[in-house]
Design a protein around this ligand. Structure first.
Ligand code: SF4
Length: 355
């Protein structure tokens, strides 16, 4: 017995699969998105990173603003982390922004300002995983290499009837191998871009997590999951994230001019590197931070829950008008024209916008 039961996507699907995906992409796929119709790896990389965990409709505005401020990888490398965070503010998952900034700097320092042209080399850059590297290499340099982001995992596991548990690294590797076998042949060098985009488009518009539109799907005739009549059973992934909860108290301190006190979070941990209201693990710890006179004017605001990937944060804002600078945490006062331009966690921005 092998150490792990690697469930093969046994029934080989018809060799017309890639052709069907390419033909469908050319006639029905998306073609007007601002990061399409370009072979500029900077734009493709930017869009790929922004689209991780984020809807296309949300990314559109961010993509335009980002390119406006940082039109090239050189410009991005020369910007400050604060500027990058500010432009990213609201997209969440700030490690993506931090890695993008580092990646741009490495493109300059290690590759002379040009993105490398192979998926293998692209993967050595910060924040570029196997699938993102493959997408850039396929779209920009025509490399015949497979992508496997969340949407594509869903499409391929359904088409293949791949019922291995993708929580297992070995099963995920097996699906990567299947994805590589399904690529258009090397004899059709121009197909890889359409094919890659086609799989992305199918996952985003047809083969949806719930109620996939099999009736209009271009690969329905070879799809194992459709034949079984249970597409939603795929992909199989058993490991469930255990959600936790945490309560935090946030000090919304204003000075006599109405400016708000913000501090820059440490480089590690929650909201790393972002500007934030001072955060405390208890109400007492927050109040202890204030001068006695300010403590008397402290007022509890309505609390709210902010959901992170693995955790619900129960946030309890406390407002206070400080007579003088009595906030002991390291930070600064920012007025209403200054703080909107800072990179800050979404719940803090929301709180400052309404309070
Ligand atoms: S036939 Fe249905 S389940 Fe299969 S790939 Fe198409 S949309 Fe997805």
């Amino acid at each position: 017995m092998p150490p792990e039961d690697l469930r093969s996507a046994a029934p080989r699907i018809a060799p017309t699969f890639a052709d069907n995906v390419v033909a469908w992409q050319r006639s029905h796929g998306r073609s007007e998105l601002p990061w399409q119709n370009t072979r500029d790896p900077y734009r493709v990389w930017l869009s790929e990173v922004m689209l991780q965990q984020t809807q296309v409709s949300t990314v559109l505005g961010y993509f335009a603003r980002f390119l406006d401020r940082f039109p090239t990888v050189q410009a991005l490398a020369g910007g400050t982390e604060d500027e990058v965070f500010a432009l990213w503010s609201g997209l969440g998952y700030y490690s993506r922004a931090r890695n993008m900034h580092r990646c741009a700097q490495e493109v300059l320092s290690r590759f002379g300002g040009e993105f490398p042209r192979t998926a293998a080399e692209l993967q050595t850059l910060p924040g570029i995983g196997r699938s993102t590297a493959a997408a850039i290499a396929a779209f920009c340099f025509g490399e015949r290499v497979a992508i496997l982001d969340g949407n594509v995992k869903r499409v391929l596991s359904r088409v293949l009837g791949f019922d291995g548990d993708l929580a297992s690294a070995a099963q995920e590797r097996a699906l990567w191998n299947e994805a590589t076998e399904l690529l258009p042949p090397a004899s059709a060098p121009n197909a890889i871009g359409y094919y890659t985009q086609g799989l992305m488009d199918l996952g985003a518009t047809v083969c949806l997590p719930r109620k996939p539109s099999c009736i209009i799907c271009p690969v329905a005739d070879v799809c194992e999951a459709r034949k079984e009549g249970a597409p939603e059973k795929y992909p199989v992934k058993t490991r469930k994230l255990r959600r936790t909860a945490q309560s935090l108290w946030m000090l919304n301190a204003r000075d006599s001019q109405g400016r708000v006190w913000l501090e820059k979070r440490p480089a590690r941990g929650i909201w790393a590197g972002l500007y934030c209201l001072p955060v405390f693990e208890s109400r007492t710890a927050l109040l202890d931070e204030l001068a006695p006179a300010d403590r008397l004017s402290a007022r509890d605001e309505a609390g709210f829950v902010h959901a992170l990937t693995h955790k619900d944060l129960h946030l309890h804002p406390i407002s206070v008008v400080c007579s003088e600078v009595h906030v002991a945490t390291a930070g600064g006062w920012f007025d209403d024209r200054e703080w909107p331009a800072l990179g800050m966690p979404a719940p803090v921005r929301k709180l400052l916008s309404v309070v």
